[in-house]
Write a protein that binds this ligand. Structure first.
Ligand code: FES
Length: 102
């Protein structure tokens, strides 16, 4: 299993904001929801737009390009759950956020 990579300080992730990070050069989107942080690939399953330019309402992430909507908890496309974004396990430890890419 890949080691956890530090990607952000929790204090720099405001609730409801989207943040792009690039552990090992991979485009990853961080979403903070209360005490949890979700990590997903920052590339829309439709045509690849960066989702960090989208909007968030609750757990629903909307792509800025053609409004496809995904659940940030599991990456599922709301209109067809068999389509999903890749998700990565995210952990918080000592005020820092870590992501496992495996
Ligand atoms: S690229 Fe995201 S909805 Fe089209």
């Amino acid at each position: 299993m890949d080691a956890a990579l530090e990607v952000a300080e929790l204090a720099t992730l405001p609730e409801g904001k989207l943040r792009a990070v690039y552990p090992k050069g991979l485009p990853v989107l961080l979403v903070r929801s209360g005490a949890e942080v979700f990590a997903l690939e920052n590339r829309c399953a439709h045509m690849g737009c960066p989702l960090s330019g989208g909007s968030l309402e609750g757990y629903v992430l909307k792509c800025p390009c053609h409004d496809w909507r995904f659940d940030v908890r599991d990456g599922k496309f709301l209109d067809a759950p068999e389509i999903r974004l890749k998700t990565y396990p995210a952990e918080i430890s000592n005020g820092r956020v870590y992501v496992r890419l495996a």
